[in-house]
Ligand binder design. Structure first.
Ligand SMILES: Nc1ncnc2c1ncn2[C@@H]1O[C@H](COP(=O)(O)OP(=O)(O)OP(=O)(O)O)[C@@H](O)[C@H]1O
Ligand SMILES: NC(=O)c1ccc[n+]([C@@H]2O[C@H](CO)[C@@H](O)[C@H]2O)c1
Length: 195
């Protein structure tokens, strides 16, 4: 049983990479951290800077996310069935759960559960450029990236490094295919032992 996580800076390519891995790995399920933003939206605090604080841990229902992960740990077969994932009998008895999100290494109860931790990075300018091309359920107000998103990314990353959380850094400037093959090989070596 293996648990791999791919968090990073916003727009680093997590979803793209996760979807490719999901198709390639046997008996593989996924949980997206973005599905755990607190609702209704008035639960997201407004900071002194005037911005809704989307990019802080308190805006996510991490207890609910942990419970979902624990449900998979307890019974991956049942979890897969409930999420419409067809299992491949005989292919491998290993089950893999991918967690995809931007703040996966800042919530202690989850940090130690992962078998593998990946961290996609992209430089500031590229990140800002990619973010501009996206529209979230709540569109970014002007100045959000520089005033909130990027500073929070830096803060949580510093804390993660200070706390000694070990991650495999991935260069988000590599091609989609390059990243996919790098991580697929690593997961196969570490979790499936099919080197
Ligand atoms: N390796 C890559 N090279 C260039 N562009 C990429 C790469 N991977 C993803 N992208 C593009 O970057 C944007 C963000 O990708 P994606 O949605 O996978 O990122 P994300 O990290 O999941 O974002 P979010 O912060 O919204 O969760 C998309 O437009 C995607 O097509
Ligand atoms: N998914 C959402 O409801 C939502 C709303 C507003 C902003 N965001 C952004 O999503 C990113 C993580 O994927 C964060 O940087 C949020 O700012 C998400």
């Amino acid at each position: 049983m293996g648990l791999a996580a791919t968090p990073c800076v916003t727009n680093g390519g997590k979803t793209t990479l996760t979807n490719s891995l999901l198709r390639a790995l046997p008996n593989c399920c996924v949980i997206h951290q973005d599905d755990f933003f607190k609702v209704p939206q008035d639960q997201i605090a407004v900071g002194e800077d005037g911005f809704k604080q989307w990019d802080v841990l308190e805006s996510l229902d991490m207890e609910a996310m942990l419970s979902t992960v624990q449900a998979w740990v307890k019974d991956p077969h049942k979890f897969a069935r409930a999420h419409g994932v067809s299992l491949q009998p005989g292919a491998s008895d290993v089950h893999i759960l991918l967690l995809e999100g931007f703040l996966l290494y800042s919530y202690k109860p989850l940090v130690d559960l992962y078998s593998q931790r990946y961290f996609l990075t992209v430089p500031y300018e590229e990140c800002k450029r990619r973010r501009r091309s996206r529209t979230y359920t709540v569109p970014d107000p002007p100045g959000l990236f520089d005033g909130h998103v990027w500073p929070m990314y830096q803060k949580y990353r510093r804390e993660m490094e200070r706390d000694g959380v070990e991650v495999v850094y991935l260069d988000g400037m590599k091609s989609r295919e390059g990243l996919f093959h790098q991580v697929l090989e690593d997961v196969q070596n570490k979790l499936l032992n099919t080197a």
